[in-house]
Design a protein around this ligand. Structure first.
Ligand SMILES: [Zn+2]
Length: 337
């Protein structure tokens, strides 16, 4: 049995435990492990698991989860909250998305492998702790540092999950996301990679309700996005019965579900100046921004071919051919909860 399971199931009183899930060591002898914070309520109940980051340059989720957890009083809780602030400590230390020692995308590596590369071992160690412990897990992300975005959710539907899509959308709605994107595990409209290796998808396969919450941009602290996440954690914990119901308020009546999304890219290098704002819903032909060359001549206008929601928008002006200008929703509807 794992460290966290032990603490949450042992005889004894409520309280807070901080510790490390040991995974291995570096040549220097420095230990490799996953820090955790487990808050055990005075009465039994469900376990909400907040996973702060999978990608090492995505910071807002770690801060939101830790601040929320440190504000809890276990004496007034029925159930537990667990925070694993990072699943990717090497990448966090290196201020980059992927682990520099194997270059794997950790969120394509779950459920992991105890005898594999270091990212696969980190994935395996985390999964061992989650399985049989978590009832709901939030896989926290941001876009990368080059983009701005409003808070949004991404979820997948697993054929073996006992949870319906509507139940998942109800959990997501407490965060009042700009959009809730249903992601095709086959990867249509996404970047290349093994989408089924995402932490949330592997949790769904194990009966844990799970989704991704995207909290703005990477490599920085964004107060409004962090605070929106903290409010959502409190509402979700109340919905699950972990916090007193008084903490819960009326849930949104609907959520904007996106079923098709995709990237717009630059054809030419230059300096991009945005005109729109991340989160905007815009009609066909709306202009997202213009780029110019290093002589100041106009080079390219990024305009919508059809109606869309700007999920994420480029904020770094330095752009090359093939780089991403915007992440767009192309097909959406309000789903009544
Ligand atoms: Zn990410």
């Amino acid at each position: 049995m794992g460290h966290i399971k032990n603490f949450l199931s042992a005889q004894g009183t409520h309280g807070i435990e901080q510790g490390v899930i040991a995974v291995g060591s570096m040549s220097s002898g420095m230990p490799v492990g996953l820090p955790y914070l487990a808050i055990r309520g005075a009465r039994p109940g469900k376990t909400l698991w907040l996973h702060g980051q999978v990608h090492g340059d995505e910071i807002n989720g770690m801060i939101a989860a830790l601040r929320f957890a440190r504000g809890l009083d276990p004496a007034h809780m029925s159930g537990n909250v667990v925070v694993t602030p990072t699943g990717n400590p090497h990448a966090l230390d290196a201020r980059r998305k992927r682990n520099p020692y194997d270059e794997l995308d950790l969120d394509q590596s779950y459920p992991g492998n105890p005898n594999g590369l270091i990212s696969e071992r980190l994935a395996f160690a985390l999964m061992q702790e989650i399985e049989g412990t978590a009832d709901v897990l939030i896989n926290l992300h941001t876009m990368n540092a080059l983009f701005d975005s409003r808070v949004y959710a991404v979820y997948k539907v697993h054929p073996q999950s006992p949870l319906s899509e509507l139940e998942l959308l109800r959990l997501i709605s407490v965060f009042e996301p700009n959009v809730a994107c249903r992601m095709d595990v086959g990867g249509a409209g996404e970047l290349p990679g093994n989408i089924a290796g995402a932490l949330d998808y592997q949790c769904l396969a194990r009966g844990v309700a799970a989704f991704m919450l995207e909290l703005g941009g990477g490599s920085r602290y964004e107060a409004h996005n962090v605070e929106q996440a903290e409010r959502g954690f409190a509402r979700l914990a109340a919905q699950l019965g972990i916090l007193p119901k008084a903490t819960a308020n009326v849930l949104p009546a609907s959520v904007r579900q996106v079923t098709k999304r995709g990237w717009m890219t630059f054809s030419h290098g230059g300096l991009f100046i945005p005109q729109a704002t991340a989160g905007d819903t815009l009609p066909a032909k709306a202009v997202l921004g213009h780029s110019m060359d290093l002589y100041g001549n106009p080079v390219e206008t990024i305009a919508l071919a059809r109606d869309g929601i700007v999920i994420g928008l480029r904020r770094d002006p330095v752009v090359h051919t093939g780089e991403r200008a915007a992440f767009m929703a192309h097909e959406w509807k309000e789903v009544t909860l």
